[in-house]
Design a protein around this ligand. Structure first.
Ligand SMILES: [Zn+2]
Ligand SMILES: [Zn+2]
Length: 467
């Protein structure tokens, strides 16, 4: 269908400005970057957490008058980190210089350790980095990437594969903290049901949902980082799911999603049928291992509801790092009469009975960048996966990089062999965050939230006749 079909819009847009909501969250010492999954094994993350709180990040977005030090650039700009007018970014550069690695020194060390290990015990753990600290700032990206100009010149991999992405990250971070008015965070409200949304990718979604204020790739990167969570959920359960359009769901996946969509259709019918309305149950979306996705302003999840506006939805955020309000009565937030968010701190398998029974027609699970196969987190995930498979409900998970997802898939294949069916084979997520986050202890490592996605469900055994 041609996009020009959607060009004419007669209804008046009533926009949600997330500024005040994000500012209201600023008292919570919550971090976006530290919540990034790959920080789970970084020792330095705690130092960095303090500097990249919501206070630090979003108060700058929505205040024209910044209280930060130095002169704030008016336009998106590029600086060497040490010369940034933003104090937190200067500090970030110092932390990278202190805890990071020079890739060339690292390669030389690796060569030496191979030679040494040939002479000594090869089963010994690899030694920690003992190369020089990366204090030389690359003029291309502004980050302290190498120990010296000499090593920087030798590093072709940095020039061809990393530098341009780090430069983008540099410019984006300065832009977010620039104090400029950020209209891209003003999201559209509901739209007329006859206007069909195209969920093929970010571009078609923004266009058909009338995100009029998104006018640059940079704005898309900023917004995709927070909308990746609700829109990834929508891309699975929506009647126009891109995975259904591309026939990516397996036959079992079609059955599982079909069950959820049956309930969504009932919700739609119930709008005009009082008797049915008294019988319907909400769709329960469980977001397990919830971290940053549970800390977003509730209005972000309205964008999911606007895509399926007849539905009744309750989203449960569950996880040890999910931070509910100290006031327990506020751990249930009714965003509207049809969308409720609930927050539970703890491990899902420990609080299973507070959510049981489960029903594949109403219940679906999401795990965003969970690290199911990560050495540090896999033991905590195993009992949860076991219980999830018993529910026979659909489970969808994402990975923040190819290797992250392949670790998760390996764990599922090795530990739960023959216990699950694929609903969606591992595939790129069209609604991944478009922003790359770099590991501060090694700038060669990066993550992109929800980059890939896959789905599975506990195996349904056929009833067999016995003789
Ligand atoms: Zn070096
Ligand atoms: Zn560079």
């Amino acid at each position: 269908m041609s996009l020009s079909v959607f060009a004419k819009r007669s209804f008046k847009q009533c926009r949600t400005n997330l500024g005040p909501t994000l500012l209201a969250l600023s008292h919570k010492k919550v971090t976006l970057f530290a919540c990034s999954p790959y920080y789970r094994n970084l020792e330095v993350s705690s130092i960095y957490k303090a500097q990249l709180s919501f206070t630090a990040l979003f108060s700058k977005i929505f205040k024209n008058k910044s209280t930060n030090v130095g002169k704030i650039p008016k336009k998106p700009s590029f600086y060497l980190l040490s010369q940034s007018p933003i104090k937190a970014i200067v500090e970030k550069g110092k932390i990278i210089s202190e805890h990071g690695v020079c890739p060339i020194c690292d390669q030389l060390e690796a060569k030496n350790s191979i030679n040494l290990s040939n002479q000594t015990d090869s089963s010994a753990n690899p030694p920690s980095y003992r190369g020089k600290k990366p204090t030389f700032e690359c003029p291309g990206c502004g980050y302290p990437t190498h120990c010296s100009e000499e090593h920087w010149k030798l590093d072709q991999h940095h020039k061809t594969d990393i530098c341009s992405h780090l430069k983008t990250a540099n410019i984006d971070e300065h832009d977010l903290r620039s104090g400029r008015k950020m209209p891209e965070f003003e999201f559209p409200a509901s739209q007329a049901p006859e206007l069909i949304v195209n969920l093929s990718n970010w571009d078609t979604y923004f266009y058909t949902r009338n995100f009029l204020t998104i006018k640059s790739n940079q704005a898309v990167r900023h917004v995709s980082k927070i909308l990746t969570y609700p829109i990834t959920i929508a891309s699975i359960i929506h009647p126009y799911s891109p995975f259904a359009q591309k026939k990516a769901f397996t036959p079992e996946g079609i059955k599982s999603i079909g069950a959820i969509q049956t309930t969504l259709r009932e919700h739609e019918l119930a709008k005009s049928d009082q008797n049915l309305a008294s019988l319907i149950n909400p769709i329960r979306i469980f977001v397990l291992g919830a971290r940053s996705e549970a800390m977003l302003p509730v209005a972000v999840y309205l964008q999911l509801y606007y895509l399926i506006p007849s539905s009744l939805i309750t989203i449960y955020f569950v996880g040890p790092e999910c931070i509910p309000s100290p006031d327990e009565s506020r751990n249930t937030v009714a965003v509207s009469s049809r969308l409720v968010l609930k927050y539970h701190k703890g491990l899902f398998h420990d609080m299973l009975w507070s959510f049981a029974p489960f029903d594949p027609y109403t219940d679906i699970f999401f795990m965003f960048n969970p690290g199911v196969g990560h050495p540090l987190t896999k033991n905590a995930w195993k009992p949860t996966i076991e219980k999830l498979l018993e529910t026979k409900c659909g489970i969808f998970a994402t990975g923040f990089s190819d290797s992250d997802m392949s670790n998760d898939i390996d764990l599922l294949n090795n530990e739960f062999t023959n216990k699950f069916d694929w609903l969606l084979k591992p595939t790129p997520n069209p609604f991944s965050s478009l922003k790359r986050d770099f590991a501060i202890n090694d700038l060669r490592v990066w993550a992109q939230s929800n980059m890939n996605i896959y789905g599975f469900r506990g195996k349904l055994y056929e009833v067999e006749k016995t003789q």
